[in-house]
Design a protein around this ligand. Structure first.
Ligand SMILES: *Cc1c(COP(=O)(O)O)cnc(C)c1O
Length: 389
């Protein structure tokens, strides 16, 4: 009797179901004013990374359409061959200016940026020290690099110092990696202390500003700007797909770093250049956040309002947050799923985030500049009336 070599997939899926870890897709359509359409219903959207509402902005749409008309839909080649265009040069110059660095390089996604940058800089003889709550792309990059990887307790600077003093001398190079705004928690890493430690222990520092770009800092440059660390020689990565409303990733840093990465980052070299539409939209977004901070101001008004209200309502369950990402903690995955279903019944889209994505189950709310005051009030009212919890 021949055995089907794919049978194990069914068993694996059953295990995922039993653990309440099963995930599936929902078709959704983003609407203006922080709303989303799901199954023909209009819900208030607390699940979007479109913090500034730029993904639906007419200026970005026009930039993407016009770039498509001029340059076509595809960039048709890798950057080092035929795919490099003036749009890429302009976007990279704009990102470097925003970040206060000498140069920048755009990748096809934030995920590919982290894979490419980490594996180019670090190898078998090296050490990576990273926060246990780091984004999957940082962890995956660390794994693929074949370096020795040590994880520290979330945000524990003391532990990083211990690891550095104990292990740094045994390795050739060392790279410390961290999210700046932690994507599933909403708290911040301590950029200045990390920079100090990296300097003291002859280590490189890579900070992932995916959720912070456009959100933190006076000009929206991110947490490095927020903590007044602009100009330090570190490696700043991020995405064009969150507050910037487009698609793609970037790394910003010194000229020599970027020059090296153009020669060594395989997820940049051996892939097709970013499309004209994505590049032009991101370029427009960077221009907008640098010339007009009204969206950032509205975003922070909404964050502060919602945080104050939530703290009054369910303080012990709130995870520490200094960003648009605000999480309500639950003991069991099923509780978080029940609350998410209850919210959805009441016109609010705020999904449950569960293991294995995070250690503890939660409702993750992300605030947008385009949320209306009455919609934030609706969320509070609905949470207040909630029978479970
Ligand atoms: C979203 C995210 C990424 C991945 O960016 P994409 O452009 O969506 O691939 C990387 N790092 C962090 C911290 C993120 O939140």
């Amino acid at each position: 009797m021949s055995k089907n070599p794919y049978d194990w997939i069914d068993k694996s899926l059953q295990t995922i179901h039993r653990a309440n870890w099963y995930r599936s897709l929902t078709e959704a359509k983003s609407l203006p004013r922080g709303m989303i359409e799901i199954n023909n219903r209009c819900l208030i959207n607390f699940a979007s990374n479109n913090y500034l509402g730029l993904a639906g902005d007419q200026r970005l749409i026009d930039a993407a359409v016009s770039a498509t008309k001029i340059h076509g839909t595809g960039s048709t080649g890798s950057r080092l061959l035929s795919g490099h265009s003036t749009l890429h040069s302009q976007l990279e110059a704009a990102l470097a200016k925003l970040k206060g660095t000498e140069d920048a390089l755009v990748f096809s996604s934030g995920y590919l940026t982290n894979l490419g940058v980490i594996t180019a800089l670090i190898g078998q003889r090296d050490l990576i020290i990273g926060d246990e709550y780091n984004h999957s792309s940082l962890k995956q990059g660390a794994r693929v690099s074949q370096a020795t990887v040590l994880e520290y307790t979330h945000n524990c600077v003391e532990e990083i110092k211990e690891l550095l003093s104990q292990y740094r001398h045994k390795y050739r190079r060392c790279l410390i990696i961290t999210d700046t705004i932690f994507s599933m928690d909403g708290d911040l890493c301590q950029v200045p202390k990390l920079i100090q430690l990296a300097e003291n222990y002859d280590s490189m520092l890579l900070v992932d500003e995916a959720h912070a770009t456009g959100v933190m800092g006076k000009t929206g440059a991110g947490c490095v700007e927020y903590f007044d660390c602009t100009g330090k020689e570190i490696i700043q990565v991020g995405t064009l797909s969150k507050a910037l409303g487009s698609l793609g990733g970037y790394v910003a840093g010194s000229k020599k770093l970027i020059d090296f990465l153009r020669n060594r980052a395989s997820s940049w070299i051996y892939t097709t250049a970013l499309s004209p539409a994505d590049t032009a939209a991101a370029l427009k977004a960077v221009e907008i956040i640098q010339t007009d901070n009204s969206r950032q101001t509205s975003l922070w008004q909404n964050i502060n309002y919602l945080k104050t209200e939530l703290e009054a309502l369910l303080q012990p369950q709130l995870l520490p947050s200094f960003s648009p990402i605000i999480c309500i903690n639950y003991q069991k995955p099923q509780q978080a799923l029940d609350v998410a279903a209850y919210l959805k019944n009441h016109g609010i889209f705020a999904p449950a985030i569960r293991p294995p994505t995070v250690a503890t189950s939660r409702i993750r709310l992300s605030v947008m500049a385009t949320h209306q005051q009455e919609d934030l009030q609706t969320l509070i009212k609905v949470l207040k009336a909630q029978p479970l919890s």
